[in-house]
Design a protein around this ligand. Structure first.
Ligand code: ZN
Length: 619
């Protein structure tokens, strides 16, 4: 579609006679519109329905710049040598008119008529602008990059590798006792990413006031309420701590990069239709989809000797952006803006890269375990070329032996992308969908592309191998996995729980009535001093109601406080996980909790302590 925008003092339009048989039926009246943006529009052959949304965005941008409130949509076939069939052109014009009418006073000049018109252009810098708008589909076809073409040519062979070192064709493997691995293999094989129904965690994240879609933003850009923010920041801190403990140096790099930067272009072109672009002045930027470029550009300027290797850079990206298809977005599982712990390790040779790969495999297992996801919760896939397997099968077998359960192997006929090998840990959710959490890959190309070098033992400049690693996968996805896991536990008849260190509130105090409020406040101060998150249900509600609501919030320890507790100093504690009531002193309860959360990050509750003081966040 081509458009020509003229910011005008006025336009006067007078339909004279039909120019084509398909002309619209109209009343022949003269129309004058003052102070408007006239948009001459030609719909082209390749335009598809849906293009009106993009055209609308372009026109809106222009209108906003010049502060126009009225739009005149003027069908003007002469802007193109490749016009669409009249029927389709009119259909798209009407759709565009409808879209515009939501935000502007909109008038569309009659379609298919010879019209006399008089226009007065305002004649300032932005008064005349022309644009070319393309259907998304077409853009994709035009820009299919080399790597994607290669991806279509590459052949995948699927196997299961057992801890005993047996490589068995996946279709012939006996999956009994490995049901999740089978689900994972089937999911991988189907390659379908579209969701037919909402995964259970979507309901939970709303009920627990964790997160919600922000309608004022794009799809897949979430808002986090205080409890959700707390959970998220604890996870962020845990993964960052573990990465630093592993030997990484934490850095911070920009979120946007020039679309014209030579080294970034080929990287960018891998997923051309999945970028967010930012226009600023006459420059065009794209939002990062990972921390790779930032860290690579940093490394390309660093002075590195072989003695410094392996060199590990780490960044927690808040955010990384990827414009996933709207049909694939699902709660916290797949987003357009996500928080990615992203580590890159520069290695002097392939041996060192392999060594690091094996170490990071263990790091990833350790991080997931700490988060609350055990080896039973995820399945491993290792992917590599046939050539890699022929030369390094013992290496792969050792990893799988140590992993201790069968692993899905994807073997490629050749290396179609920059990496070989890679692995991921995949969480299988309540709908049997697989989602990658941790991942590591060895990169053969980008050091050269980004001009990253080190000086080797002989004083020669060399390109390192680079490992890309996310020790946990996106933080949002970890929350998704924990919620889905809790849901599946509930299905098995257990109380759904979050790991204790992630529970926004550890202890809820429920005074039987107002006369016990002061006791509870004292008790709350005691727990707070011990580094425990505590709140007080001071609402004028029955004890039953208070307990029910606390259970609804998944509070792990609920304490009802009345006459008996005041007298004896013993608390009756409802322990969610065990679905039991225990009698214990406040010190015993504090010790019990502290023992469980001792090795984890801690943050204070950032909500008022008393429930009556809290606003209610809704979606
Ligand atoms: Zn990377």
């Amino acid at each position: 579609m081509r458009i020509l925008c003229i910011h005008s003092d006025y336009i006067e339009i007078e339909p004279k006679e039909k120019a084509i048989a398909q002309a619209e039926e109209i009343e022949k009246v003269k129309k004058r519109i003052e102070d408007c943006l006239v948009v001459f529009t030609a719909v082209e052959q390749e335009d598809e329905r849906g293009i009106e949304k993009r055209a609308f965005e372009e026109i809106k941008k222009v209108a906003e710049q010049i502060k126009a409130e009225k739009i005149v949509l003027y069908p003007f076939v002469h802007l193109t040598s490749n016009p669409a069939q009249p029927k389709k052109a009119l259909e798209i014009l009407k759709a565009l008119e409808k879209e515009l009418a939501k935000s502007f006073f909109t008038y569309r000049a009659p379609f298919g008529w010879y019209k006399a018109f008089e226009i007065r252009c305002k004649g300032h810098a932005l008064a005349e602008l022309s644009r070319e708008v393309k259907s998304v589909k077409e853009e994709k076809i035009e820009e299919v990059p080399e790597a994607l073409k290669e991806e279509e040519r590459v052949k995948s062979f699927w196997y299961i590798l057992t801890p005993e070192g047996e490589l068995i064709e996946a279709s012939k493997f006996d999956f009994s006792g490995h049901e999740n691995l089978e689900k994972f293999f089937r999911y991988e094989h189907a390659k379908s990413r579209t969701l037919d129904k909402a995964p259970p965690h979507v309901k939970l994240m709303k009920e627990l006031a964790i997160a919600g879609n922000e309608e004022g933003s794009d799809l897949g850009n979430m808002k986090y309420f205080p409890k959700g923010r707390l959970i998220k920041s604890l996870l962020e801190e845990l993964v960052t701590r573990e990465a630093i403990k592993f030997g990484a140096s934490e850095v911070e790099t920009p979120v946007m990069y020039s679309a014209e930067h030579a080294a970034l272009e080929s990287y960018l072109n891998r997923f051309p239709a999945r970028q967010y672009f930012v226009e600023s002045g006459d420059k065009r930027f794209f939002l990062r989809f990972a921390a790779c470029f930032g860290q690579f550009l940093m490394a390309s300027k660093a002075v590195i000797s072989y003695k410094h290797l392996p060199l590990r850079l780490y960044e927690l990206t808040r955010y990384s952006f990827r414009r996933e298809k709207s049909g694939e977005l699902a709660g916290l599982r797949r987003l357009r803006a996500f928080t990615m712990p992203d580590m890159h390790t520069f290695c002097k040779d392939f041996e060192q890269a392999k060594e690091e790969f094996a170490k990071q495999f263990k790091l990833c297992m350790h991080v997931l375990e700490k988060i609350g996801l055990s080896k039973d919760d995820y399945e491993c896939a290792i992917r590599f070329t046939k050539e890699f397997w022929e030369n390094h099968s013992d290496f792969v077998k050792k990893i799988v032996r140590e992993f201790g359960k069968p692993v899905l192997i994807e073997m490629w006929s050749f290396r179609y992308a920059y990496f070989d090998p890679k692995f991921e840990f995949n969480f299988i959710d309540a709908l049997d969908k697989a989602s990658a959490l941790s991942t590591v890959q060895i990169d053969h190309e980008n050091a050269k592309r980004f001009g990253i070098t080190f000086v080797d033992e002989q004083g020669k400049e060399k390109h390192p191998y680079i490992l890309h690693c996310s020790p946990s996968g996106a933080i949002e996805r970890c929350i998704y996995a924990l919620l889905e896991k809790a849901w599946m536990q509930k299905e098995k008849g257990k109380a759904p729980c979050l790991p204790l260190w992630l529970c926004p509130v550890h202890v809820r105090l429920c005074p039987v009535n107002d006369s016990f409020l002061e006791d509870c406040e004292r008790l709350a101060r005691f727990f707070e001093e011990q580094g425990i998150r505590v709140d007080i249900d001071d609402r004028n509600e029955s004890v039953e109601r208070k307990i029910r609501d606390a259970e609804h919030e998944w509070i792990p320890y609920i304490v009802v406080f009345g006459e008996r507790e005041r007298k004896t100093g013993k608390l009756s504690v409802r322990v969610r996980k065990e679905r039991s009531i225990s009698q214990m002193s406040k010190e015993e309860l504090a010790e019990d909790i502290k023992k469980q959360i001792a090795k984890y990050p801690f943050r204070q509750l950032s909500l008022p302590k008393k429930l009556t003081q809290r606003a209610v966040f809704t979606h």
